[in-house]
Design a protein around this ligand. Structure first.
Ligand SMILES: C[S@@+](CC[C@H](N)C(=O)[O-])C[C@H]1O[C@@H](n2cnc3c(N)ncnc32)[C@H](O)[C@@H]1O
Length: 186
């Protein structure tokens, strides 16, 4: 599926940009100055831009996507900022060092993973997060919606927990059709 954004950039998969409550997401994540954030499956990077405002110039926001054209476009757009876009696959080991990230964020990415990819993702998330680090996942609610993948492909909050083998510390609605689930590593 290809979506043309109002900024002219195209990438695989539909952007949640105009459908989620960005401010509510940011407020729920308590991001601090100087922190390091990974927006995995960043698409056009609209949340990486929000996270960059929170971490400030002493922080860093990595924006990862396998879509090379999305990353090339974002690299141009964010030159000279704390955002570092790069081509990658979060279901495999990335170039980032272990225990280096305070927050990993994925929005409407996980429901497309196979069981093997999900397993690889959990391993990589645990490798990357600092002790006490946060994993934050936005997914489309598993109910009737005017868009999105078939309900059989979606993950309810409970299914997300059991699939990942992690217990969430918070869950909030972030728009009519989306929820944010937050996990904290020990
Ligand atoms: C539906 S789009 C969501 C984009 C953005 N997060 C948003 O909320 O608008 C899904 C994104 O996940 C990316 N993606 C797919 N497989 C991935 C993987 N294995 N690792 C990282 N990103 C992946 C796609 O390239 C696409 O940009």
């Amino acid at each position: 599926m290809e979506k043309k954004h109002n900024n002219g950039h195209q990438h695989q998969g539909k952007s949640s940009e105009r459908l989620v409550e960005k401010e509510k997401i940011v407020a729920s994540l308590s991001i601090r100055t100087g922190q390091k954030v990974l927006d995995a499956g960043c698409g056009n990077g609209y949340m990486a831009v929000e996270f960059a405002k929170q971490v400030g110039i002493s922080g860093k926001v990595y924006a990862l996507d396998p879509d090379a054209s999305a990353i090339a476009w974002l690299t141009e757009e964010t030159r000279g900022t704390v955002i570092e876009p790069f081509v990658g696959d979060v279901t495999q080991q990335t170039k980032l060092p272990p225990s280096s990230i305070d927050l990993i964020y994925l929005s409407t990415v996980l429901h497309g993973f196979t069981p093997a990819q999900m397993q690889g993702f959990v391993l990589e998330a645990k490798r990357l997060l600092k002790p006490g680090g946060t994993l934050a996942l936005v997914e489309i609610k598993k109910e009737e919606t005017p868009f999105g993948p078939p309900q059989s492909m979606r993950l309810s909050a409970e299914e997300l927990e059991s699939t990942l083998g992690l217990s969430s510390i918070n869950r909030v609605d972030v728009g009519r059709y989306f929820y944010l689930q937050i996990f904290q590593l020990p």
